[in-house]
Design a protein around this ligand. Structure first.
Ligand code: AMP
Length: 456
């Protein structure tokens, strides 16, 4: 099957072929005709499946071939925003907007990306100038709505990308506020890797008779990824990681830690071993995050250490190695993490360094993915059979310990929810909505374990 046979315009087919893609991926084969039809869409697709092009291409097609669009672009008045794409993180927003630009280069549509952590004034200027397609994270978009610096009254297409992640990050109230500011008649596309009851409720309220497509089974792990567990003692994880990187001569390794503090500490240790490493997490400035990601993508940086939310949506072609230095305490995050490798058909390897404290987490993950992962004890790093588990710190310096199995009755995806605050994202820190721009969300919400990186 070819891109042109899906009904895309020549301008789009040309841009796609210049990127080197010869055939649409399964999600693209299904999503592109469904979106071109004009109806709403509910798509189950994990990152790595090619979903971004799956919504970007038909969106560009619809806007660029629509008579209204032609009139607008030849008009002197500034363009109105016609498509809004919401993403959970800044990194993902930037990547999606880049895709819009790449695929839309032969159309006369323009785009902008807005997210928090950077100055708002250049964004205001850009919006004033006129934008057809806006990619945004919910928090900063609301800032603009509050200030009256964005006009969403002409939106024709809305995309919620990685909707499950947006809900996990506590953006539901922000999303609802944004939705309330949109014109009622529009096309809605909702992409999500998983379908919790909360996602279903959001979809029910948002989508009108949607086409539904799903390319990866619910919570299934991408099969081409080789997964392995290396049992290890708690205090031997760092030497083991250095050993793995050096002895296997790994060159582009994405490492996940549970906390920001853990990420910083690991970077220091790896640097001492002569292994180039940088961390990305919510306490890093946007420019530091962008720089680390760019160097890592360009193969100038050997190891990128990330917390879950900071890494969400990172799109690196053919990333060969993902290491879970700490297991995630939300089992679904395991699937998201290892989805960083083996993207769009490339093979990848995901290894997890698991100490005695994490055995319950490992059980929860194996239950979710319905697989028992192979154990591989590395000579010289045999774990002490008499080691006793210790409670796990869920945040740097915080009191949060992981609860036992069955915590929150299956609602384990909502860490800040213990107090019933719905993971309140905005203004939850007291001191006004923009306290520092980078303050973690929902600080009062109990055993908060997530590490910043919200799309503000
Ligand atoms: P996504 O799921 O949108 O994050 O895309 C995952 C990766 O697949 C990205 O690196 C894309 O550049 C790549 N990709 C998207 N569409 C195709 C395609 N048709 N053929 C090969 N690679 C693709």
């Amino acid at each position: 099957m070819s891109f042109s046979s899906l009904g895309l315009s020549d301008a789009l087919v040309r841009a796609v072929s210049e990127t080197g893609y010869t055939a649409p991926t399964p999600i693209q084969q299904q999503a592109i005709p469904a979106v071109l039809n004009g109806g709403d869409l509910l798509a189950g697709a994990q990152t790595g499946t090619g979903k971004t092009a799956g919504f970007t291409l038909p969106l560009l097609h619809r806007l660029s071939t629509d008579a209204v669009g032609v009139k607008q672009s030849s008009n002197k008045t500034p363009r109105a925003i016609r498509a809004l794409i919401l993403t959970p993180t800044r990194e993902l927003a930037a990547q999606v907007e880049e895709s819009v630009r790449v695929y839309g280069k032969y159309t006369n549509l323009n785009s902008a990306v807005i997210f928090g952590g950077v100055g708002i004034n250049p964004q205001i200027k850009q919006l004033k100038h006129g934008v057809d397609i806006l990619v945004a994270t919910p928090g900063r978009l609301l800032d603009h709505m509050d200030q009256g610096t964005v006009d969403l009254s002409k939106i024709e297409i809305l995309v919620l990308d990685e909707a499950d992640r947006m809900l996990d990050m506590g953006f539901i109230r922000d999303i609802r506020k944004v939705l309330a500011g949109l014109p009622p008649k529009r096309q809605n596309l909702l992409f999500s890797a998983t379908f919790s009851d909360e996602i279903k409720a959001l979809a029910d309220g948002l989508l009108n008779k949607p086409a539904t497509i799903e390319v990866a089974r619910r919570n299934s792990t991408v099969e081409i990824i080789a997964q392995k567990i290396h049992p290890v003692d708690r205090d031997k994880k760092h030497p083991m990681l250095a050993h793995l990187i050096k002895s296997n001569n790994w060159h582009q390794v994405l490492v996940f830690t549970r906390t920001k503090h853990g990420a910083n500490k690991l970077v220091e240790q790896l640097e001492k071993d002569g292994i180039g490493a940088m961390a990305i997490h919510g306490n890093k400035s946007q420019s530091a995050r962008t720089k680390a990601l760019a160097e890592f993508k360009d193969n100038k940086l050997r190891v990128l250490v990330a917390t879950d939310i900071a890494a969400r949506g990172i799109d690196i072609d053919q990333l060969p190695h993902v290491v879970n230095y700490d297991l995630p305490n939300v089992p679904e995050d395991y699937v998201h993490r290892i989805g960083r490798t083996g993207r769009a058909g490339a093979t990848g390897e995901a290894v997890s360094l698991v100490c005695v404290d994490e055995h319950q987490m490992l059980k929860d993950i194996e239950k979710l993915i319905k697989q028992t992962l192979p154990r591989d004890v590395i000579p010289g790093f045999e774990p002490d059979p008499a080691a006793r588990p210790q409670p796990i710190q869920l945040r740097s310096g915080g009191p949060g310990h992981r609860n036992g199995p069955g915590r929150q009755g299956g609602g384990a995806r909502k860490p800040g929810n213990g107090g019933g605050n719905g993971g309140q994202p905005r203004g939850a820190n007291g001191g006004g909505p923009r306290a520092g721009g980078n303050a973690p969300r929902g600080n009062g919400g109990g055993a908060q374990h997530r590490s910043g990186g919200r799309g503000r």
